[in-house]
Design a protein around this ligand. Structure first.
Ligand code: AMP
Ligand code: GLY
Length: 427
């Protein structure tokens, strides 16, 4: 069957790379893709948010399944678009409906959903511009640090952690009055700060049943030692030593099952990946956020550990056949290190020539922000490459990932040198 994959980052290269190994695959198209996806499929110059354009291309290329990588097309209703139009109803979409995607698209919706289904999360209240005085009063009842979140999608930047009440007031004004994140911050969620270690847990679900995929730990800050600005993620490790069987049983019982039951009870049309961003608070898991897709760079460590045929897994999900489906996981460690453009996550330059890709051994280089031009691979984004190594021990996986990164060069390239470092001692 022919498949269209939407997106163009490292996550999409990891998905495309796995799909390309499927016996069920006919042609793979990626929109817009990058220089990496072009090695395993055909890139299409297409705006994934123009659903009419996606639809006509899907018809032209005889696509039977669309797999959606990023959140924006899901929140904008790509799945609903294909269900609504009878000419498109034979094309299945792996990804939730717009209503279900509000679990990521609106923090207020997600918080209310968690409250309705008793899913453990930080206590929170939401406020609009008319409620600034109440918001300040509420902040006064909390202890620092203060967590303020833009309700809507803000490209991973909508969370502000303020150490002082004056900073929290400023952040509130910036979001509600100055609309720092545009419409996304017309409503602000203020919540209790959770102290603990973060990890990401993933499921595939058809809205009734689910199967867990291996957990991962993302390194969100730009610099070593968790210093610097928040990014989309600078590296990742899977599995996560503290997410042991006992912890995962709690996650399943207290978080995953009530969430899936809630999705079913509320008739949310959900077929796709579901990502639980969790905080481990002294052994007890709390939801920090839901995402309605795979993570990036989590996909670059989770997907290579799956032994299943990824296309078959997606088909079982969209066809509601997860009951007897088994997810098989490679027990080895995967470590992924992001090579980023100098300046990221703020201003950075594009168009730098990437050298050394052919020197890499014992690692997979997933492309993120890259494009091909006259036989050269050029940088085309903030996060440029995700270099993933897999090995029996975390130490060896780290060593191989870093060894591979060191072979690669482009102007102003930088990367964190401590991905998986603090976990290594427990290996
Ligand atoms: P989010 O976009 O909701 O994942 O938030 C971005 C990051 O902010 C998370 O990965 C956490 O590191 C941090 N964060 C969000 N909410 C909380 C919270 N309630 N307590 C502590 N840290 C948080
Ligand atoms: N790495 C975090 C995310 O994909 O949201």
């Amino acid at each position: 069957m022919n498949v269209l994959l939407i997106g163009g980052g490292g996550r999409e290269h990891a998905i495309a790379y796995a799909l390309a190994q499927s016996k069920l695959l006919g042609q793979l198209f990626v929109a817009p893709g990058n220089a990496g996806t072009a090695m395993v499929g055909t890139n299409l110059d297409l705006n994934p948010l123009d659903f009419d354009a996606v639809a006509s291309l899907a018809l032209k290329k005889n696509i039977q399944l669309i797999i959606v990588g990023p959140e924006q097309p899901l929140v904008d209703g790509i799945g609903d678009h294909f269900i609504r139009d009878p000419r498109l109803s034979h094309i299945q979409v792996f990804g939730p409906s717009a209503k279900a995607a509000l679990l990521e698209g609106s923090k207020e919706f997600a918080k209310a959903f968690m409250r309705r289904h008793q899913v453990p999360t930080a206590s929170a209240r939401s406020f609009n511009i008319a409620e600034i005085a109440e918001a300040k009063e509420f902040l006064g009842t909390l202890k620092p640090p203060y967590v303020l979140k833009a309700d809507g999608l803000a490209a991973g930047k909508g969370v502000i952690i303020a150490n002082h009440i004056s900073q929290a007031h400023q952040a509130l004004e910036d979001m509600l009055v100055k609309e720092k994140f545009g419409r996304a911050s017309q409503v602000v969620v203020i919540e209790e700060f959770l102290h603990g270690e973060e990890c990401s847990v993933f499921a595939i679900t058809d809205g009734k049943r689910f199967k867990l995929l291996p957990p991962a730990k993302d390194y969100k800050r730009a610099n070593d030692g968790d210093q610097g600005l928040n990014t989309g993620g600078m590296g990742c490790v899977s599995p996560v030593p503290f997410a042991d069987q006992q912890f995962m049983e709690k996650v399943t019982r207290r978080i995953v099952i009530p969430t899936i039951n809630g999705i079913e009870k509320e008739n949310l049309d959900y077929k796709g990946f579901l990502f639980f961003g969790l905080m481990n608070v002294k052994g007890d898991p709390y939801v920090v956020e839901y995402n309605v897709r795979m993570g990036d760079p989590e996909a670059q460590v989770v997907i290579p550990r799956l032994k299943n045929d990824l296309l078959e897994m997606c088909l079982n999900t969209v066809n509601g056949k997860l009951k007897d489906y088994t997810v098989l996981t490679d027990q080895q460690y995967a470590v992924s290190v992001i090579a980023a453009s100098g300046g990221y996550p703020e201003k950075y330059e594009k168009g730098k020539v990437i050298n050394g890709l052919d020197q890499v051994e014992q690692a997979i280089v997933y492309h993120a922000g890259t494009r091909e031009d006259k036989g050269k691979v050029l940088t085309n984004g903030g996060r440029v490459l995700a270099v993933t190594a897999i090995d029996k021990s975390l130490a060896m996986a780290r060593k191989n990932a870093y060894h591979a990164v060191e072979k690669i060069h482009f102007d102003n390239m930088f990367y964190r040198r401590d991905i998986g470092g603090e976990l290594d001692t427990k290996d």
